[in-house]
Design a protein around this ligand. Structure first.
Ligand SMILES: [Fe+2]
Ligand SMILES: [Fe+2]
Length: 173
């Protein structure tokens, strides 16, 4: 058994080998290191550019909104699997919000509540919209970031949201 550490959220995973994705923030295996080699982006204490702070604030709000919407969707579905899937997505998006607060070194804002549909298909469509928007935004934010650790973080988050798109597309097919 070994301890692996996610370069993005900084959480540890204990197992016989690397997971394909971080179980906490969803970062792909390329961002997971053996414990001794890990230097997670959330540990970097650096002064951030004004644009980075603005982009991280927008990300934080987006992730908190997504967390609330996914909790609503989890509560509305009749399927045990979909309920569990949305609860996991909600946790992953909350982890993304936590990453933003750590990089900005600010406290977590108040939780929000959101509305959603009673219909799984409508909720899948809405999820795709949200994830498409997030993925596109994070690709842009990754390009704009002048801080190396912020660039890495947005690159990882862009991939996570793309993976969420594939997940939901499979439910729709
Ligand atoms: Fe992670
Ligand atoms: Fe996210």
């Amino acid at each position: 058994m070994k301890t692996y550490i996610c370069e993005i959220c900084g959480d540890a995973y204990i197992g016989e080998g690397k997971p394909t994705n971080c179980p906490f923030c969803g970062a792909r295996a390329a961002f997971i290191r053996e414990g001794k080699d890990a230097k997670p982006v959330v540990e970097v204490k650096e002064t951030l550019s004004e644009l980075t702070v603005k982009n991280l604030q927008e990300t934080l709000q987006l992730e908190l909104d997504a967390n609330a919407i996914y909790l609503c969707m989890a509560a509305k579905t009749d399927s045990y699997e979909i309920m569990k899937m949305y609860k996991r997505l909600a946790k992953v998006e909350m982890e993304h919000a936590i990453i933003c607060t750590k990089i900005m070194q600010i406290p977590m804002p108040e939780a929000v509540t959101k509305e959603c549909s009673d219909d799984d298909i409508a909720n899948f469509q809405k999820t795709l919209e949200l994830e498409d928007h997030a993925a596109e935004l994070y690709a842009k934010f990754a390009k704009e970031a002048t801080e190396k650790h912020v660039k890495i973080m947005f690159t990882a988050l862009n991939q996570v949201e793309q993976d969420h798109i594939s997940l939901i597309k499979d439910y729709l097919n």
